[in-house]
Design a protein around this ligand. Structure first.
Ligand SMILES: [Zn+2]
Ligand SMILES: [Zn+2]
Length: 212
C-alpha cells in the first residue's frame, strides 16, 4: 500500500498546526485546519503536486479556520465542520476581537460532518470521530492504515485542550480522550492542534491530565 503524503506545519496567528494529506496515486488531497497563511498552504499544496478536494476542521476556534475562505476561493474545495460548532464559526468576529486578531470574513461550511463518517483522501480512507469537550463539535480524524490521528485541540503532548472557552466541558473532553482516542493503537501518531506530535501510547502513560 502506498504511503500517504503528509505535511504538517504551524501557521499564524496563534500557531495552529495545519496539515495537508494527499493520496500519492490520485494526487487528491485534503487540508485540515487552515488557520492562517493561506499563501504558504497553497504553495505547499502546489509543491506537492496535489489537488485539494476538501477542507476539514477539527473545531471552529478562529485559529483553525481563519484562512478557510481564502483556501476555498483558491481551490473550490468543500468546507467541512461538525454541526455543533456552527455557533462558534458564526461568532468568528467576536473570537477575533477577544484574541486581538484582525477579522477576516469566512463563508459558512458547505458540509456538516457526522461521527464515524468516512473521510476520503483520493482513494485513501479515514474516519471522523466526534470528540467533544474542547468545543461541542470538536472532531478527530483517524487514518487507521497510516496509524495517524489528527486530534485538534483535544489532545496535546503531555496536556489536553482548555475547556474554559465557549461550550467547553472537562468531563466531555476526558471521556472523548479515554473512549475515542486512548482506544486507538498505542503506536498511532497524534498530530496535535498546537505544538509537537505525540503517540497514543505515550499519552496514556504520561499525560498530565488523562492517563490510563
Ligand atoms: Zn487551537
Ligand atoms: Zn481550540
Amino acid at each position: 500500500m502506498p504511503t500517504m503524503i503528509r505535511k504538517s506545519f504551524s501557521v499564524p496567528p496563534l500557531g495552529c498546526n495545519c496539515s495537508i494529506l494527499g493520496d500519492p496515486v490520485t494526487k487528491r488531497a485534503i487540508v485540515i485546519d487552515p488557520g492562517g497563511a493561506h499563501e504558504r498552504i497553497l504553495r505547499e499544496v502546489q509543491q506537492l503536486g496535489l489537488t485539494v478536494t476538501h477542507i476539514l476542521h477539527t473545531h471552529a476556534h478562529l485559529d483553525h479556520f481563519l484562512a478557510s475562505g481564502e483556501m476555498k476561493k483558491a481551490t473550490g474545495a468543500t468546507l467541512c465542520l461538525h454541526l455543533e460548532d456552527r455557533p462558534l464559526w458564526e461568532m468568528l468576529e467576536v473570537q477575533c476581537q477577544m484574541f486581538g486578531v484582525p477579522y477576516v470574513p469566512v463563508p459558512l461550511p458547505d458540509y456538516w460532518l457526522s461521527d464515524e463518517e468516512k473521510i476520503s483522501v483520493g482513494n485513501m480512507e479515514g474516519i471522523a470521530l466526534h470528540t467533544p469537550g474542547h468545543t461541542p463539535g470538536s472532531m478527530s480524524f483517524h487514518f487507521p492504515d497510516e496509524q495517524l490521528v489528527l486530534a485538534g485541540d483535544t489532545l496535546f503532548r503531555g496536556s489536553i485542550g482548555r475547556t474554559d472557552l465557549w461550550g467547553g466541558d472537562f468531563e466531555a473532553i476526558e471521556a472523548s480522550i479515554r473512549e475515542r482516542l486512548y482506544t486507538l493503537a498505542d503506536a498511532t501518531v497524534v498530530i496535535t492542534g498546537h505544538g509537537p506530535e505525540t503517540e497514543i501510547g505515550i499519552e496514556k502513560a504520561t499525560n498530565a491530565f488523562v492517563r490510563t
